[in-house]
Design a protein around this ligand. Sequence first.
Ligand code: PEP
Ligand code: MG
Length: 885
Amino acid sequence: MPHRVLVPFGGNAAPAHWLGKNHLGGKGANLAEMAATGLPVPPGFIIPTPLCSQYYEAGGQLPSALVEALPEGLAHIEAAVGGRFGDAANPLLVSVRSGARVSMPGMMDTVLNLGLNRDTVEGLARRSGNRRFAFDSFRRFIQMYADVVLGLDHYLFEDALELMKDDRGVHLDTALSADDMEALVGQYLAIVEEALGRPFPMDPLEQLQGAIGAVFGSWRSERATVYRRLNHIPEDWGTAVTVQAMVFGNMGEDSATGVAFTRDPATGERAIYGEFLVNAQGEDVVAGIRTPQYLTKSARERAGAAGVSMEEAMPGVFAELASLFALLERHYRDMQDIEFTVQEGRLWLLQTRTGKRTGKAALRIACEMVDEGLIGETEAVQRVDPAVLDQLLHPTLDPAAPREVIASGLPASPGAASGAIVLDSQEAERRAALGEAVILVRAETSPEDIAGMHAARGILTARGGMTSHAAVVARGMGRPCVSGAGTIRIDAAERLVHTGRHTLSEGAIITIDGTTGQVMLGEIPTVEPELSGHFATLMEWADRHRRMKVRANAETPADCRVARQFGAEGIGLARTEHMFFDPGRIVLVRRMILAQEPAERAAALAQLLPLQRADFLEIFNEMAGLPVTIRLLDPPLHEFLPQREQDYQELAEASGLSVATLRRRAEELREMNPMLGHRGCRLGVTSPDIYGMQARAIFEAALAARTPPFPEIMIPLVATRRELDLMKTVVDAAAEEVFGAAGRRLDYLVGTMIELPRAALRAGEIAATAEFFSFGTNDLTQTTLGISRDDSAHFLAAYLEQGIYPRDPFVTLDVDGVGELVELAARRGRETRPLLKLGICGEHGGDPASIAFVEGLGLDYVSCSPWRVPIARLAAAQAALARAA
Ligand code: PEP
Ligand code: MG
């Protein structure tokens, strides 16, 4: 067996899983591992991922070495299961499936029942004693092959099926007879021949080659390409192909097919969870065409469902399945998502993979697996993706809020979301791009909907089960989803949604609750999440392994409170300008800015002083002795200028200046390029009295605070040491004045943001004055890349698509460019001042990948928005653990 092009598994094949996922694809590596573990896997062979690249290099042709090796691969399967490929008496049928390094659910193509033709179908009919089943399989195969390999529309075949059902006066496929199926096969073959001008390929080897090529080709399909872009999967990985013996779940009442999770993927509960269908093939479950039944009796009873559970219908096979669950978890040490088939009472596992789960389930499973001794505490910390915490930290529906439930379905992905109804993916993307919250409402979703699902706040479907496409993808994205809301009907032509009593137009606001499965009219108020239980446990473990501190960017008492609840260990950035916009004081701010005489500015500042002092006092009291970094005024003054005529009138009255004078002054302050204009410490250089007032307010508040605080005063947009020296003089003078008058002193630090490339380069000399650096990576990214923070949205998508930057550099630090400046500044700063405190307070401070990078630089803390604090705590712990490993 040439190992380069085909890797056999199952039967008497040697263990091959050591070749790894990158070579065998995730699915292939798993099958090989399952076979090596002794699990009942149908035998097969894997065509490794490098062959996918070879296929593309050859302009979409199968490499000849592969074509030559196929008979040998088939011989391996034949030896293990007994049938023969293409044999009319005892035909072997195979499935041909994709399998990239990472799972891309539903994104690429699959062909089942391959090897059927006019002769082999008769053999299958004879051997199974079930002619109807044989022709049903052939019918399904023709449709799938025509769709996937020959590029024909599946509606052509579905229409023929519907006509046949109408003709026979039946509703269900299962009510069609063997003769009906045989007649359908004839019709399907005629459809193919008419559409293509040539007959359907009857040579099984030709079928096999066609299917392998189509699976390789589907790697570059549009939907797979979109999925890769959203999930940052490189183009050049390619997919492996798995060719495997078919086993049949549709061989009668002792046959079945199902999907199962070893734990509940929504809640994490340690209970067998899943769905199955008697006398069906796998795609029937996933596609949500027939409503599947529960695996366990207790789950069925809890749901009040009528259909018999697998535990009741097939107790022996169920017991075998349950024992395999335990084996799978012990072997993989994680929750598994499996596909199984029962063929005439014999259980086969078709696939196992690490199960996708909600954030809540991820926490519970990680914590309980530690309790069960399956994994250790650090492994639990490393296992939970910090991004999933986002789902838990977001509000849920206020239980006390009145609501009108208009429909209900399955709780497919937890969390609540409100938004305008949109009926297709394009509309979802269009409206979301305009900033509108939308709920994507579909009969059922298909992989083509992936971009729309991403754009939507939530997803509602009329059909499908807990493991249907919509449910799996929504859970992966953390989008709330209600699936299978059977009473809703979508009128695509009129763009209406009927819910029984209500008729809603596209654009109407609804709320969905993916935790209960309810759909409600209008927008429902929400409540904050509860941060105890498994969340608290995992956070505690994370904190034990974390080196960096985590602070929050906050300036209101409410945000400070949230930050502390989420475990912030200080404030890393209080943007004082946010306090200037308060409606009660904007007139004073404007008077200060537009003052013509020093005395007038002084008068305005004197009135602002007590207000600022009160702001700072609230923050200090809220933070009770934790460090608080307060940044002095940063943005360009014109941002505060009057906008409307009424603003000018009010200001004229307050200041005694004429509207004309005020307008002229405002015009003088206008800038062509405000981001690079009169902002940051440049304001302090030209108007030191503003920074003087702020510093004074900080020190007076600090002395008045209940617990003595630790203020860190931060100067923004510094490029040179001289700027910082001047500003430090202003701050120190205010401190001396306040401390002198009070007869008491307090420790404080004066430091700077590093947010300009020059500051990073000259960090060595700036650190002679600065007692701390906080990397303002928003501005540092803007100025290093020369890309406006505010205008990048128009072109950044094209940059990401073309791989110019791997991620949005305003979300994840551009490690190669901006990262090098951060590294250099940290190093030079510490050379001058070994104990220089270093932190990051740009948006990147809450991004796990960026956190991992700054852990590597040895920064002292990260600071991020209050809601991201838990994410940062976990990411910082993971980064520290990874670094120690
Ligand atoms: C920064 O530039 O990264 C920063 C934190 O400051 P701001 O976002 O307020 O400009
Ligand atoms: Mg900045």
